[in-house]
Design a protein around this ligand. Structure first.
Ligand code: ATP
Ligand code: MG
Length: 428
């Protein structure tokens, strides 16, 4: 993005003109070298945070305790961090204190991997003391310095290492992988939330299967504080389908992952919350799994020959779960059947026919809650002159199903007529 680039250079220029050093650093330099899209540009400077705040008109002290100030430019913002080194780790996670330094090389030295330890100045010259560029060309992940020490300082780096290895389709150098295997128990010191963030970047990234395979081979997750479930041999095909799911359909990816681990719908939400996923992600994932379980159950009892019976069950299920859940399940089922050839040829004809029908039924359902009906409860009470009671809820639920099935139209006049008839019958 040339505009981001230009505004970033403006920040650098201002720092330089005031006698400080300033460089682009980290992920953005790496991504540029790899020809990947750059989503944000971090800046490292010799100016201390107070000086940065002084120098720029609009700033936010986002991480002032570790030297980071966010500088707001016209359209983009930039994290500007004072050169620093980190000392006294002690507990295998973030450093206890930071110490500012005045040399970019020393700042690069605290970074995790060689490809993340490259700086670029305003003219495009690279400062690359650890040969990160060469490692990018070789396609390898290598720690800055001695891998065992770097993982010992901050155990999250092991998860980051797997994330970068998977997402870039790189391979770890031997010394890095060996240190990771030796140091993996230290992951137990890291907060679940930070581990989950890395797991998300792996599962929602472009090579989720590579990442999951690396996680499995490393045994890293055996050292986290929450229960870990191993992929089930039987459901491996669900895991493999993840790559066909668009990255933005994250709930569908998670649903395949958890079912591939053979977790039942009832357990999904609890497990995902233990993994610090938000309630909404946990819920929407578990709904897909629950929907799948319920529909499989129905399919095992009612054959496609009994089409009308199957349709009734579908509509009831869709009304129960809501249209978006059903839509996500259909999207997922389409991927499973069409893209990953989950089926042997004897069953594929029937299953594809079932998919076609369910898509059609899905479209046909126009109401999913009593609020979608053409009359409200108070209108029914008004026209019938009766007192509210359980009868009203039951009547409306009955209407909801009848309208959803297409048995009666969703029309005010008609429903109110029916209400009067029902009340007269009941009042006899
Ligand atoms: P992306 O933003 O694409 O996920 P990134 O490399 O920018 O990747 P960030 O977490 O944004 O990753 O960190 C920015 C930079 O800070 C990294 O490139 C790296 O130099 C450094 N860094 C981040 N986390 C660590 C860590 N745990 N140990 C050492 N250095 C780190
Ligand atoms: Mg970044």
């Amino acid at each position: 993005d040339p505009l981001m680039q230009r505004q970033g250079e403006e920040v650098l220029r201002k720092l330089l003109e005031s006698g400080f050093q300033g460089y682009f650093v980290g992920g953005c330099v790496r991504d540029e070298l790899m020809g990947r899209p750059v989503h944000d540009m971090d800046i490292a400077t010799s100016a201390n945070p107070e000086q940065v705040i002084e120098l720029f008109e609009r700033t936010v002290p986002t991480g002032i305790q570790h030297g980071t100030v966010t500088v707001l430019m016209a359209d983009y913002h930039f994290e500007v961090t004072t050169f620093r080194k980190e000392s006294s780790y002690g507990d295998h996670r973030r450093p206890l204190s930071v110490e500012y330094v005045d040399d970019i090389t020393e700042d690069l030295q605290r970074r995790d991997f060689t490809m993340n330890a490259i700086a670029r100045d305003i003219d495009g010259t690279l400062i690359d003391p650890f040969h990160g560029r060469e490692d990018i060309e070789l396609g390898v992940i290598r720690c800055v310095g001695i891998a065992a020490e770097r993982f010992d300082e901050d155990a999250l780096r092991m998860m980051r290492g797997i994330r970068f290895t998977a997402n870039f389709a790189f391979r770890p150098v031997k010394s890095m992988w060996r240190a990771l295997l030796e140091g993996r128990d230290k992951l137990s010191f890291i907060a679940m939330e930070r581990i989950r963030v890395e797991l998300e970047k792996i599962v929602l990234g472009v090579h989720p299967l590579r990442g999951l395979a690396l996680i499995e081979r490393s045994g890293l997750l055996h050292y986290v504080k929450v229960p870990v479930i191993l992929p089930s041999e039987l459901r491996r095909d669900l895991l493999e389908a993840i790559v066909y799911v668009q990255e933005e359909d994250s709930e569908i990816r998670w649903s395949l992952l958890v079912q591939g681990l053979d977790i039942s719908g009832a357990e999904v939400s609890r497990l995902m919350k233990a993994w610090t996923f938000s309630n909404s992600v946990a819920q929407s994932t578990s709904e897909i799994v629950l929907f799948d379980e319920a529909w499989s159950e129905i399919r095992s009892k009612i054959s496609l020959q009994n089409e009308e019976q199957l349709r009734i069950n579908w509509v009831q299920l869709q009304v129960r779960f809501g249209k978006p859940v059903a839509a996500r399940w259909l999207k997922r089922q389409t991927i499973l059947l069409r893209e990953c050839c989950m089926l042997d040829t004897t069953r594929s004809g029937t299953e594809l026919r079932a998919l076609e029908l369910t898509c059609k039924w899905h479209e046909g359902v126009t109401v999913h809650s009593v609020q979608d009906l053409a009359v409200s409860g108070s209108e029914v009470l008004f026209i019938t002159g009766k007192k509210a009671g359980p009868w009203l809820g039951e009547l409306m639920k009955q209407w909801l199903l009848s309208v959803a099935m297409g048995e009666i139209p969703n029309e005010k006049e008609l429903l109110l007529e029916q209400a009067k008839a029902v009340v007269n019958l009941g009042g006899r």
